[in-house]
Ligand binder design. Structure first.
Ligand SMILES: CC(C)(COP(=O)(O)OP(=O)(O)OC[C@H]1O[C@@H](n2cnc3c(N)ncnc32)[C@H](O)[C@@H]1OP(=O)(O)O)[C@@H](O)C(=O)NCCC(=O)NCCS
Length: 219
């Protein structure tokens, strides 16, 4: 009986959230556009993502990014910093992704596998950036002020990579899995190793846009 009531309450909660969510989307065209863009990004980059409903319900990287957009707005409001910070910790618990609400993130940001990603307060991320799990965009200084990386547009950062300090990763670059980046990376380069060194310019197919595939085909 208790289980039935709990399931009914959960179903009512989910239904309420869906109704509230659709109402919110209907009233905010820019949110609706970003939502569509995010789903299109996942569909384009992940051949396994054939069902938008499954993506909406089952992609923790997307959930973390959606939560961050709201929390970043809250962070910028007077008195919003403490609740934004506390809520971002709740999002970390639910998704395994810790994004400081002060971080500035561009459009069509995609975190695949999601777990273990940490993005610090003064990080800036351009458009069309993709991260895999266990990436850290972190600081090296205890001093306040800009202390986290700036990531350009069209950047790919492989699983386990750490980009630390106020370094700049140029547009179109690619950071190898498990690299530790402590110096600027020029545009259109591949940086690999510990500490990361630049191998050679990236050959970018598909007219300059990364064609990202589901990593499930590699593992
Ligand atoms: C960095 C990366 C994007 C480069 O891919 P690419 O453009 O196809 O380049 P290549 O594979 O030709 O590698 C270029 C050079 O970097 C080296 N390299 C590539 N990735 C490396 C890595 N993670 N660590 C060390 N060296 C690496 C290659 O050995 C090669 O060296 P060489 O020029 O001396 O032969 C890719 O290797 C990578 O790490 N992608 C992330 C994948 C990932 O995280 N997957 C998670 C799946 S769950």
């Amino acid at each position: 009986m208790r289980l039935t009531s709990a399931l009914a309450a959960a179903a009512a909660g989910v239904a309420g959230a869906v109704v509230a969510g659709s109402g919110y989307l209907a009233s905010r065209p820019e949110v609706r556009t970003a939502f569509r863009e995010d789903l299109e990004t996942v569909r384009r980059r992940d051949p396994a993502a054939t069902n938008d409903l499954v993506t909406v319900l089952g992609a923790p990287g997307l959930h973390a990014v959606w939560a961050h957009r709201g929390l970043h707005r809250l962070w910028q409001r007077p008195g919003g910093r403490v609740p934004a910070r506390l809520l971002s910790q709740a999002v970390r618990t639910l998704t395994g992704v810790e994004i400081h609400p002060g971080a500035r993130i561009g459009r069509r940001f995609f975190i695949d596998h999601a777990h273990g990603v940490v993005i610090g307060e003064t990080t800036e991320i351009g458009d069309d950036v993709m991260l895999y799990h266990q990436v850290t965009l972190g600081g090296t200084s205890q001093e306040p002020g800009k202390r986290h990386p700036t990531i350009g547009n069209d950047v790919l950062i492989g699983a386990g990579a750490k980009v630390i300090g106020p370094v700049h990763v140029g547009d179109g670059s690619s950071i190898g899995a498990n690299a530790v980046v402590v110096k600027d990376v020029p545009a259109d380069s591949i940086a690999v190793g510990v500490p990361a060194t630049v191998k050679h310019p990236v050959e970018r197919p598909h007219g300059g846009q990364w064609e990202l595939t589901d990593p499930a085909i590699w593992i």
